[in-house]
Design a protein around this ligand. Structure first.
Ligand code: SAH
Length: 254
């Protein structure tokens, strides 16, 4: 089997589709970030960028009576969210849209709130801050979790790991400065607790890996990707004091 785009998409669907979440987070941390927001219109327009199968999108739909759009590039992610929306009877209030975050096609100043958990790194935090600012109404809010250094002195092994996966990772303080430079006021920020990496993400992934290794046993590139997940989890076990996701809650300043 060739490891072409189609196979890559299939592996992503098999690996991430069945997980409760596709990154660190929890209903509690979504709520905690939401509580840091200020006043919003009665029925805000909300965009969730890189929504995955929509765990936090559904939480947002509970927290606000507004219209919520989950945006992702992958069918398996949007199908997962669409099923949840149907079961919850929220068709008409929660929508899915298939778009790449680096080419979001909405008119400027459309949203009261843009949300994104564990996804903005895909287009780069700075690019994302700029793109989201344009889509926010004046005074609108951005709440996003972003991989950040929690300490200035990560061990070499950990630094090398991140330099391959996300060389633009910065300290929390540098991200706060970047947010201000991009035209936002920071309303609050906090670390995602270690349990939010494991409960709905790494632990279910660990359970899934043996069957994926069997399924993709003839595809070395797929096996290498599965091995990378093991390495990522090892890094987290050893070094979670040095890095993690910081949830930043901000308001467009005008
Ligand atoms: N917010 C979810 C998913 C985070 S994982 C959660 O916390 O559980 C990152 C998500 O970004 C995945 O669902 C992936 O499909 C999506 N993604 C990857 N590249 C993207 C792109 N270019 N545009 C939009 N979404 C993308």
């Amino acid at each position: 089997m060739d490891f072409n785009d189609e196979l890559f998409a299939k592996l992503m669907a098999d690996m991430y589709g069945p997980l409760p979440r596709q990154g660190p987070g929890s209903p509690e941390t979504t709520r905690r970030a939401f509580e840091l927001l200020g006043q919003m219109p009665e029925q805000p327009k909300v965009l969730d960028v890189g929504c995955g199968t929509g765990a936090q999108t559904m939480e947002l739909a509970k927290l606000t009576p507004g219209h919520v759009i989950g945006l992702d590039v992958f069918d398996w992610a949007l199908d997962g969210l669409a099923k949840k929306v149907e079961v919850a009877g929220l068709i008409g209030r929660v929508h899915t849209i298939q778009q790449s975050m680096d080419a979001m096609e909405f008119p400027e100043e459309t949203f009261d709130l843009i949300w994104s958990e564990g996804a903005l790194y895909i287009m780069g935090f700075e690019n994302a801050l700029k793109a989201c600012r344009k889509l926010l109404k004046p005074g609108g809010y951005l709440a996003a979790s972003e991989a950040s250094w929690f300490r200035e002195d990560p061990p070499d092994e950990l630094r090398e790991f991140w330099m391959v996966g996300y060389p633009d990772i910065q300290t929390v303080d540098d991200n706060l400065q970047l947010i201000a430079d991009c035209g936002y006021e920071v309303l609050g920020h906090f670390h995602l607790p270690d349990a939010t990496w494991w409960d709905d993400y790494y632990t279910p992934m660990l359970k899934l890996l043996p069957q994926l290794r069997e399924k993709y046993s003839g595809v070395p590139d797929a096996l290498a990707m599965l091995d990378e997940n093991d390495t990522e989890m090892e890094m987290h076990k050893k070094y979670s004091a040095f890095y993690g996701y910081e949830f930043f809650v901000c308001r467009r300043s005008d």
